[in-house]
Design a protein around this ligand. Structure first.
Ligand code: FMN
Length: 191
């Protein structure tokens, strides 16, 4: 990974924004592979490394588009009215993040948490090299039609779709609440 400008971890964490509008500029497959490799250094219990990835570039993005379109649209509920969202341009690289599904709650939560840690690693490593990401959790990622069309097995779960590219627009953020609203400190035995 050349061209990395030094930033502190804290700076990258705070400056990263979810990017939903991308330049047409293509993203190198080698760079995506390197960023995913870095991301796999996420903590993961028992080193199960429960994740795998399917990356769509160029015409391959049509395969993903068709898989999304094959999912029946819900009449109501959180996945309804998909067209209320602003129509945006093409996304240069799209990555489906997959994990092994598990029946045991403990192992499921460990593996899901580890995979989410990996995704945040990816978002931060991408931001460091000038790439933006949308972490997409829309209902289609849970649909069997979608999974089958992209070769995700029945015993696997799609954790997220990551849209990746060079940012066209970096949105303003409302920021975060001050930690004093969220932090309880207990430093004595008195109640
Ligand atoms: C688990 C998870 C699911 C998300 N799903 C979506 C999504 O489906 N579509 C989307 O546009 N953004 C999605 N986001 C991005 C959040 O909306 C975003 O992080 C939030 O608005 C804060 O903005 P920031 O990332 O720029 O700080 C998701 C984020 C997380 C952690």
């Amino acid at each position: 990974m050349e061209n990395i400008v030094a930033h502190s971890v804290a700076e990258v964490i705070k400056e990263r924004r979810t990017i939903r509008s991308f330049k047409e500029e293509p993203v190198s497959k080698e760079l995506i592979s390197e960023l995913l490799e870095v991301s796999t250094w996420a903590p993961n219990h028992k080193l199960r490394e429960p994740w795998r990835f399917i990356a769509f570039f160029d015409e391959g993005r049509e395969v993903l588009k068709e898989a999304i379109q094959s999912v029946p649209k819900p009449e109501s509920g959180p996945g309804a009215h998909p067209h209320k969202h602003k129509k945006r341009g093409p996304v240069p690289c799209q990555i489906v993040v997959v994990m092994e599904d598990r029946d045991q709650v403990k192992e499921y939560e460990e593996d899901y948490a580890a995979t989410c840690a990996l995704i945040q690693n990816f978002q931060l490593a991408a931001w460091e090299v000038g790439l933006g990401v949308t972490w997409v959790s829309a209902p289609f990622i849970r649909a069997n039609e979608f999974k089958e069309k992209i070769g995700v097995k029945a015993n696997e779960k799609v954790v997220a779709l990551l849209n990746v590219g060079y940012p066209e627009i970096v949105p303003q953020t409302a920021g975060r609440q001050s930690i004093e609203h969220k932090l309880t400190i207990i430093d004595s035995m008195s109640k």
